[in-house]
Design a protein around this ligand. Structure first.
Ligand SMILES: O[C@H]1[C@H](O)[C@@H](O)[C@H](O)[C@@H](O)[C@H]1O
Ligand SMILES: [Fe+2]
Ligand SMILES: [Fe+2]
Length: 312
């Protein structure tokens, strides 16, 4: 008798309770395997673009100019819990503008990011460099689009921001102690929350394992764009995480605050890490031609933003 002729017992049919037990064991094993494969793939993906770059050329904050140092001093002194609650309220209370993604990219183009020691290019060029690097490596279309839009939250600057300290730069949690792995950690001494009886403690208002979703990250372009893209696009969870956490260097690059992660965050961290080199190291690539690339990206935008006009 060939094995195919054996009375087929579908694993998912609960004949005597055994089959279901086997099934759940099998599913667990498959899930573990899948997670391992995914992690391996993410590691490989991460290294592809990483490998060619000389990392000592980027994010050298000790040698950075005063513009960058002053920016971070101001940001670290002013990003408090109280400010963050207010910023979130303001955000929810109105629509700032209505325009397409491409119009937003053009509007953003006049901004030169004061926090960035690595580029003096305009934002549209940085966005295209990131997207093109992702596309060159054969990554999925949703990730290419993520590269294209990831910094569009800097539009906040044009809608009543108080300078750039609440728009650009690395992010960090507020409501708990500021970790030493944030750049220029000493500048937090001037932050009113630094010595607060709760916000100044290790866990502050959070509990370990609460999940990054429940951590209030300093307000700026990541959080703002995350909410807009979540509501108005069909981009996947990995894309949303790349947008929301791409400036959270203390977490994705320095390994701080991992005690707050929940299970879902592990996969998201891998996604953010896979994205990071395309954001950071593409800054040394050739300057892309906006007009040549525009048709390709207009089509890509339409694929994931069903409504052409976005509420900003
Ligand atoms: O200066 C940069 C820039 O503002 C980026 O857009 C941000 O994502 C980085 O975290 C920051 O270091
Ligand atoms: Fe950014
Ligand atoms: Fe960026």
């Amino acid at each position: 008798m060939s094995p195919c002729a054996v009375d087929p017992v579908p694993l998912y049919e609960d004949r005597d309770g055994m089959a279901l037990e086997n099934l759940s064991d099998n599913i667990d094993a498959v899930n573990v395997m899948k997670a391992d494969m995914k992690r391996e793939k993410a590691m490989k993906e991460r290294s592809e673009f990483d490998a060619e770059k000389d990392k000592t050329k980027f994010r050298q904050y000790e040698e950075a100019c005063d513009r960058v140092k002053n920016f971070y001093r101001e940001q670290h002194e002013k990003q408090t819990v109280a400010y963050n609650l207010k910023a979130r309220n303001d955000f929810k209370s109105k629509t700032r503008a209505e325009m397409t993604i491409w119009q937003a990219m053009e509007k953003l183009n006049t901004l030169i990011d004061e926090s960035d020691p690595d580029t003096s290019l305009s934002q549209i060029e940085h966005l295209l460099q990131s997207a093109e690097a992702i596309r060159r490596d054969g990554k999925p279309r949703w990730m290419q689009l993520t590269g294209l839009i990831h910094d569009l939250g800097k539009l906040l600057f044009f809608y009543g921001a108080d300078g750039q300290w609440d728009v650009v730069g690395d992010t960090f949690p507020v409501g708990c102690a500021f970790d030493k792995r944030i750049i220029y950690p000493d500048t937090f001494k001037g932050n009113p929350d630094h010595d607060h009886p709760i916000y100044g403690t290790k866990n502050g208002i959070y509990t370990p394992g609460c999940g990054m979703d429940n951590i209030m990250l300093s307000w700026g372009h990541d959080e703002y764009l995350y909410h807009i893209v979540k509501e108005q696009s069909t981009l996947p969870a990995e894309s949303l995480a790349m947008i929301r956490y791409h400036s959270f260097y203390p977490w994705h690059s320095a390994g701080a605050y991992t005690e707050f992660m929940d299970e879902h965050d592990h996969a998201m961290l891998e996604a953010v890490r896979a994205f990071n080199p395309y954001d950071l190291y593409s800054k040394s690539d050739d300057v892309p031609s906006v007009e040549v690339l525009k048709p390709y990206y207009l089509e890509l935008i339409d694929e994931f933003f069903p409504k052409k006009v976005i509420k900003w």
